[in-house]
Ligand binder design. Structure first.
Ligand code: NAD
Length: 326
């Protein structure tokens, strides 16, 4: 049996679909809520859904889990409620780590590229305490993910018990179907597609840095299918443990992304620029690019889906159709 926390969310439901297709029995720990997240699971429902308030009861019953995929979190990069973010993103992660370590259950958890802050310390998925201590996340969300990575590094350095396989995944910018509940956190691909579908030109934020031209802010955008493939590979490769960047290894500009959306939707590839909202200025990552050597050295050999192909698939197979869900 497999536990997927956050399994009703974007990445979690894509993983849930893949596990269900493989015939695995899964339990989802998440809130379905009233924003239509049930649709993320409609085609591939799990055996059971446990509400986060009941996690202690669920774990106390000693469920026969083989592996935990821990994706549940407050995923909003603009979150301000520090108590909620700490409890959800750090407290629950610590609880699951300790439970998995004691029961010898494998744990794959979501960290984030937001832990790298403005990127001045690089994008190395180095799990050493010394390197991690040099990272400076720009917001509460990134800090919460970083705080758990650090907690793990301290426990490992102290020789404390750990899950028999553990992997922290620093997801970069993931895009693909089943993200429609995410409100302002929805991927730029979906936002730009909505603009183009409404007959407008896609709008991009002007650069907030004098030496960076508008539209040339770059991120490592990764197709959700590649993210799921990496998680399944980890499940099939119990010897692989560590902190892994999950990006393509190639930063692409927002301009490239917007133009790819236009082409996939059959529209003219013309972009318009608007001012960056005040809350984002100075907190905005203008460049992210995963170093993927750790994943490659661990043996993951599949190619990543190029941006143009992932965008084409997302737009034509999901967003432009009558039912955009996986
Ligand atoms: P999402 O918001 O769609 O999914 C997260 C899910 O976690 C939600 O369904 C939410 O209800 C659930 N959740 C919140 N608190 C919980 C709790 N205490 N217990 C159980 N579930 C809880 O976000 P997502 O994009 O699917 O992100 C999945 C994971 O990947 C998150 O940990 C997120 O921080 C991380 N991540 C995502 C991206 C991305 O580009 N989407 C990038 C970096 C990291």
């Amino acid at each position: 049996m497999i536990l997927v926390t956050g399994g009703a969310g974007f990445i979690g439901s894509n993983l849930q679909a893949a596990l269900a297709t493989r015939g695995e029995e899964t339990v989802v720990l998440d809130r379905l809520g009233s924003a239509g997240k049930w649709r993320n699971l409609a085609r591939h429902p799990p055996s059971r859904i446990v509400h986060p308030d009941r996690v202690d009861d669920f774990l106390a019953a000693d469920p026969p889990l083989d592996i935990v995929f821990h994706l549940g979190a407050v995923s909003t990069t603009t979150a301000l409620d520090g108590d909620l973010v700490w409890t959800s993103n750090v407290g629950l992660s610590q609880r699951l780590w300790s439970w998995c370590a004691a029961r010898r259950v494998r744990l794959i958890y979501a960290s984030s590229a937001a832990t790298y802050g403005d990127g001045t310390a690089g994008f190395r998925d180095d799990a050493s305490l010394a390197y991690l201590q040099g990272l400076r996340p720009l917001n509460l969300y990134g800090w919460s993910k970083h705080a758990f990575d650090l907690w793990v590094a301290r426990r490992l350095a102290a020789g404390d018990p750990h899950p028999p396989q553990w992997a922290g995944l620093k997801f970069f910018n993931v895009y693909g179907p089943n993200e429609y509940h995410k409100g302002p956190m929805i991927s730029v691909v979906k936002v730009k597609h909505d603009e183009v579908a409404a007959g407008a030109r896609p709008r991009l934020f002007r650069s907030d840095q004098a030496d960076l031209p508008d539209g040339e802010q770059k991120r490592d955008f990764i197709w959700v299918g590649d993210v799921v493939a990496i998680m399944l590979w980890l499940m099939d490769t119990p010897a692989a443990s560590g902190l892994f960047n999950v990006g393509t290894g190639r930063a692409r500009s927002y301009r490239d992304l917007a133009q790819a959306v236009c082409r996939a939707a059959g529209a003219a590839a013309e972009v318009e620029f608007i001012d960056m909202p005040a809350p984002l200025r100075g907190q905005y990552q203008s460049f992210t690019e995963a170093r993927v050597e750790a994943l490659r050295e661990a043996g993951y050999a599949d190619a990543f889906t190029p941006l143009e192909e992932g965008v084409r698939r997302y737009v034509q197979d999901y967003l432009a159709g009558p039912d955009p869900y996986l």
